[in-house]
Design a binder for this molecule. Structure first.
Ligand SMILES: N[C@@H](CCC(=O)N[C@@H](CS)C(=O)NCC(=O)O)C(=O)O
Length: 210
């Protein structure tokens, strides 16, 4: 049996993406805490595994893999028998599109700005930068409306089975739904609001994102 170790901060959305896949696949793994808020991701030991100092990093029997798309593809192939991707080419393209929209457009606006300003900055005694938050609403709307237009939602993003795309979007919704901007950002995405009502009841989500 392979020995899997996920290095990362449990609060990180990308770490949660990987852990959701592992939980849904029923694969045993060890989570080794790397606290990005304490700079542990910049230690020489961690940088030796991941030169970019990002979390997560996966170690499989001593082999190191970083970058979430590479990790999730690998785990899906080797430990989940491809159950979190799709054989139909158009749906598989949609899955890749959703992941790439999240990585390139949604994450920065939703997490990098709105969630940081609304949840993290106040938790550390600071005050949200309202201008930054307001500037992030339109790009977040554009991204989420793009996902809405290609998502199937029956009941998961691309049909009846969870895919890697769900594992990417769930951790972002966990945080975004706790901000006042959630309502306006999702006002034009009724399918995704229905999706969210379903997926936030999953046991894996309760466990990983508690
Ligand atoms: N491209 C990376 C992004 C991972 C990422 O941005 N992780 C964030 C936490 S959610 C991080 O490590 N932040 C710490 C930092 O940038 O110093 C991936 O796909 O794994």
């Amino acid at each position: 049996m392979a020995k899997l170790t996920v290095y990362g901060t449990p609060l990180s959305t990308y770490v949660r993406t990987v852990r959701l896949l592992l939980e849904e696949a029923g694969v045993d793994y060890t989570l080794k805490g790397i606290d990005i808020f304490k700079g542990e991701n910049k230690s020489p030991e961690y940088l030796a595994k991941n030169p970019f100092g990002k979390v997560p990093t996966l170690e499989v029997d001593g082999e190191v893999i970083y970058e979430t798309p590479a990790i999730t593809d690998y785990l899906n192939t080797v430990f989940a028998n491809h159950q979190f991707s799709l054989s139909e080419p158009l749906l598989q393209a949609r899955m890749r599109q959703i992941i790439t929209i999240i990585d390139n457009y949604f994450y920065a606006a939703a997490i990098g700005t709105i969630v940081i300003q609304r949840l993290i900055v106040p938790s550390q005694g600071g005050k949200a930068d309202e201008a930054q938050v307001q500037n992030a609403v339109a790009p977040a709307q554009t991204a989420i409306q793009a996902i809405e237009s290609i998502a199937v939602v029956s009941p998961y993003l691309l049909g009846s089975q969870l895919t890697i795309a769900d594992f990417y979007l769930i951790p972002i919704f966990i945080y975004l739904s706790q901000t006042p901007e959630y309502e306006v950002i999702t006002a034009q995405t009724p399918k995704l609001r229905t999706w969210w009502d379903t997926v936030n009841q999953l046991e894996s989500v309760k466990k990983v994102c508690a």
